[in-house]
Design a protein. Structure first.
Length: 449
C-alpha cells in the first residue's frame, strides 16, 4: 500500500489534485484538526469572495439600468441645454464607471485568478479531508474530530450528514458552544426553530461571537419574535465580518426596514389575537396528516368568503387523501391540489372546478393579515378571484407573500407537525371542529383559469 507524507499531501491539495484513494492515514489528530480549520477558513473566504462578486454584478446592473432609465426619451440637446439634467447624467456615468471598475477588479484578471485558485483548492481538498476524518473517527470516535467533520459538512450544505456529528459531539461535550451552534444550524434546516433558538441562546451565553449572535437573531425572527431578533442583531459588533451566508440572510430579514415592518405587523396581529381569544368563536378545522394533526383557526372576520369556501370543501371531504404536493423547508407546506391526488388522471384540474370571489381588500397589504410563522394562506394567481382549494402553511415569516396570497387562518395547535411535513405526506382526513351559528355559502367567480 502506498503512503505519502503530510508535506506531500499538502502539495497535492495545493495543486488541486487528490491523494490516491488507497492512501493510508498519515496525519495526527492535531494535524487533521488543523486541516479542517484551514479548510473552513478557505471556504469562508471563498464564499465572501463569491458574495462580493455577486454584489458587484448587481451594482453594475443597477447602474446601467439607472442610466438607461434616466436617458430614455432625452436627446443630447436636452442634456446640453439643462444644467441639472447634465449634472445628473454625469453623476450616473461616474457611478456606472465605478461599478464597472469594481466588478472588473473582482471578476477579471488577478481577482478572477484568486477566485478560481481558491475554488480549485477547496475542490481538491474536500474529498481527501473527509476521507481522512472518516478513517480517524473509525479508529477512535473522538468528539473533536466529529465536530470538525460536522462543521466541514455543514459549510458545504450537507446538514443531514452533519447532524449526526453534532449530536455525537454534544453527547460528549454538552456545553461546547461550537457543538451547540452546529446542531442549531442543522435543526434550522428542519424548521425546528424553537430548539435551534434555545441552543443558540446557550451558545451565546457560553461564548458569544458575532456569528452566533447573527444566527440567534435569525432564529428569533423565524419564531415571530421580532423585537428580540433586533436586540440580538444589535449586539453584533462587526456585521461586515459575518460569514457570507449570514450576511445574505441578514440583508433579507434583519435590516431596520424589515424589522420595523415585521414588528408593526406583529403588533397588529397580537391585537387581533387578543380580541379573537376573548370572543373564542372563530371557525376551526382539523387536518389529520401523515405526521400528526394540525388545528387551524380561520379568519372569518377579515375574509368571510374565503373561509366559507374552505369550510364547504372540508365538509365535502375534498381534502381527504390529498398530498402535500409542495414542501419547501424554511418556507411553506402546500396541499389542496386535486391533480396531485394519487391516481388522478392526466390533465386533472388544479382546483375544485371553481374559483372564489375575492373578499374586499383581501390582498391589500395595508389591510390583510401578514404571512407570519404558522399563517394558513390560500394560493392565488396574479389575477383577481383566483383562489380555489390550494392552501399552504408558512413555516417562517414570509413577507414576500403579502399582497399576493390570501391569509385565511393560522395554526393554533400542531405547528411542530407542519414543520415535519414532507412532499408526499397526506391529509388523511379533514373535519370542521367548530363554526359560527349561521349558514356558510361561498360566492364563486367561475371555473378554472
Amino acid at each position: 500500500m502506498r503512503t505519502c507524507t503530510l508535506a506531500a499531501a499538502a502539495l497535492l491539495v495545493l495543486a488541486g489534485a487528490a491523494p490516491a484513494q488507497d492512501a493510508a492515514p498519515v496525519t495526527s489528530r492535531d494535524a487533521l484538526l488543523a486541516r479542517a480549520r484551514a479548510f473552513d477558513e478557505d471556504d469562508r473566504r471563498f464564499n465572501l469572495l463569491r458574495l462580493d462578486l455577486a454584489r458587484a454584478q448587481e451594482r453594475l446592473q443597477l447602474a446601467h439600468e439607472a442610466m438607461a432609465g434616466f436617458t430614455r426619451g432625452k436627446t443630447p440637446a436636452d442634456l446640453k441645454k439643462d444644467p441639472a439634467l447634465r449634472k445628473e447624467a454625469e453623476r450616473l456615468a461616474l457611478e456606472a464607471q465605478a461599478a464597472q471598475e469594481a466588478y472588473e477588479a473582482l471578476g477579471t484578471g488577478a481577482g478572477r485568478a484568486r477566485y478560481v485558485s481558491l475554488r480549485q483548492r477547496l475542490e481538491g481538498a474536500l474529498g481527501p479531508l473527509l476521507r481522512d476524518l472518516e478513517r480517524a473517527i473509525e479508529a477512535e470516535d473522538d468528539p473533536g474530530l466529529r465536530l470538525a467533520r460536522g462543521e466541514v459538512l455543514a459549510g458545504k450544505g450537507r446538514f443531514d450528514d452533519a447532524r449526526a456529528d453534532a449530536e455525537a459531539a454534544i453527547r460528549a461535550r454538552p456545553d461546547d458552544p461550537r457543538a451547540l451552534t452546529l446542531l442549531s444550524m442543522c435543526l434550522v434546516t428542519e424548521n425546528r426553530f424553537d430548539e435551534a433558538e434555545a441552543l443558540l441562546a446557550r451558545a451565546c451565553e457560553l461564548e458569544p461571537t458575532d456569528e452566533r449572535r447573527g444566527y440567534h437573531a435569525i432564529a428569533l425572527y423565524c419564531l415571530n419574535r421580532f423585537a428580540a431578533a433586533r436586540a440580538a442583531r444589535d449586539r453584533i459588533a462587526s456585521p461586515k465580518q459575518l460569514s457570507a451566508a449570514l450576511q445574505v440572510r441578514s440583508a433579507w430579514w434583519l435590516t431596520d426596514g424589515e424589522l420595523d415592518r415585521a414588528e408593526a405587523a406583529w403588533a397588529r396581529e397580537e391585537a387581533l389575537r387578543r380580541d379573537e381569544a376573548a370572543r373564542d368563536d372563530l371557525p376551526r378545522v382539523e387536518l389529520v396528516t401523515s405526521r400528526g394533526a394540525l388545528t387551524l383557526e380561520l379568519f372569518e372576520d377579515q375574509v368571510p368568503n374565503a373561509v366559507a369556501g374552505l369550510l364547504e370543501l372540508v365538509e365535502a371531504g375534498f381534502y381527504d387523501g390529498l398530498p402535500f404536493s409542495r414542501v419547501v423547508p424554511n418556507l411553506l407546506a402546500q396541499t389542496g391540489d386535486p391533480a396531485a391526488r394519487p391516481g388522478a388522471p392526466a390533465g386533472a384540474r388544479h382546483d375544485p372546478g371553481w374559483r372564489l370571489e375575492d373578499d374586499p381588500g383581501a390582498r391589500d397589504p395595508a389591510k390583510h393579515r401578514a404571512h407570519l410563522r404558522g399563517t394558513v394562506s390560500l394560493v392565488c394567481e396574479d389575477a383577481p378571484h383566483s383562489a380555489g382549494s390550494q392552501l399552504f402553511v408558512t413555516l417562517m415569516p414570509s413577507p414576500a407573500f403579502d399582497g399576493h396570497h390570501v391569509p385565511v387562518g393560522r395554526v393554533v395547535d400542531g405547528q411542530a407537525v407542519a414543520d415535519r411535513l414532507r412532499e408526499g405526506d397526506l391529509v388523511e382526513r379533514a373535519r370542521v371542529v367548530r363554526k359560527r351559528d349561521h349558514p356558510y355559502a361561498a360566492r364563486r367567480a367561475g371555473g378554472p383559469r
